[in-house]
Design a protein around this ligand. Structure first.
Ligand code: ASP
Length: 324
């Protein structure tokens, strides 16, 4: 039996310590701890890695502090388009949705695709019709709305007109209003959420969910729902990523962590380090990832100033970190 473990992230980016006062830090830390405890409970009760990551990401989607589900960032048109994926390492079953605008929990839609469809990835209207047919909760678009993301989007439109990573957009916001909305520089942050787990049987799973990047073009799909890029699990490693999605797609980042271990015999830590600190950096990719292997080793590398992250091993206290 392996000592079961779950790791989560809530996005990476330019964390401005100036904007992170003690209260904000407590808020983020408490939210991450609650999610870790819930994931840990699933594993402690004998639940699968797949169930643990799905539950952790569902809770992160419901928390408005993070850019997924409620609290998602806005597109250039001021709308919301969400992406999510989940993968089971034991079977390599996978499910994902892209550009959904009405599904309360995109990760549950992804999970339904994994379990109940012959297909792997659904987009837009078809994804929503599938979710509805599966009995999942649909919401009006203003369900996702938070004032903080709206302000961040307005600043992005005014300052650059370009798509910004959530935590990067947040840094801009913090600069503008030292009072600070989001301590990871709102204009240099990636706010995607994710989870990876290894259960007592040594089976692995990964899930990732996001609103994408602030001010993105309508129809843009990032790495999150692309298997091998922002989410991947097999019998070697499970990986969930956050960052400049285009570069994670171009480096097939999540799959590469597993591939380097399988083909080159690298350790989990060294493989993830090469992906995040060398291969992504070489094409100016910013962000990080969380990864776990069958032995329950966990690594959480990032090439930004901070990444909301935490680890919980069954039978041990949970640990949460924000800065490097
Ligand atoms: N990777 C996500 C995307 O490109 C953004 C993020 O991680 O914040 O959609």
């Amino acid at each position: 039996m392996t000592q079961a473990v779950i790791a989560i992230h809530g996005g990476a980016g330019t964390i401005t310590r100036a904007a992170m006062d003690a209260n904000r830090e407590r808020e983020y830390t408490a939210a991450l701890e609650q999610v870790l405890l819930a994931g840990q409970r699933v594993l402690a009760e004998g639940g699968s890695a797949l169930d643990a990551v799905t539950e952790a990401v569902r809770l992160l989607e419901d928390c408005p502090l993070f850019n997924a589900g409620k609290g998602a960032v806005l597109t250039h048109a001021g709308t919301f388009e969400l992406d999510a994926a989940v993968m089971d390492g034991a079977t390599r079953n996978a499910g994902a949705v892209a550009c959904v605008t009405r599904v309360r929990n995109p990760v549950l839609a992804a999970r339904a695709v994994l379990e109940h469809s012959e297909h792997v990835l659904f987009a837009a209207d078809g994804a929503e019709a599938f979710a509805e047919a599966q009995g999942l909760e649909l919401v009006a678009p203003d369900y996702y709305f938070t004032q903080a993301r709206h302000d961040q989007w307005q600043r992005a439109q005014a300052s650059t007109g370009m798509a910004l990573l959530d935590h990067d957009a947040a840094a801009l916001a913090a600069k503008a209003a030292q009072a600070g909305t989001d301590p990871i520089d709102p204009d240099k942050k990636f706010g995607t959420v994710g989870a990876v787990a290894c259960d007592a049987q040594g089976n692995l799973a990964a899930a990732t969910s996001t609103g994408g990047v602030t001010n993105k073009q309508v129809g843009r799909v990032g790495d999150t729902p692309v298997f091998g890029a922002g989410c991947y699990a097999d019998d070697v490693a499970a990986v969930s990523a956050t960052g400049t999605g285009e570069m994670f797609i171009r480096t097939v980042a999540a799959h590469d962590v597993s591939a380097q271990m399988r083909y080159a015999g690298l350790s989990l830590e060294e493989s993830a380090r090469r992906v995040v600190m060398e291969k992504l950096v070489a094409i100016e990719g910013r962000g990080g990832l969380i990864a776990v292997d069958r032995q329950g080793n966990v690594t959480l590398p990032f090439n930004t100033e901070g990444m909301y992250r935490g680890v919980a091993r069954v039978g041990e206290p949970v640990s949460v970190l924000i800065y490097g």
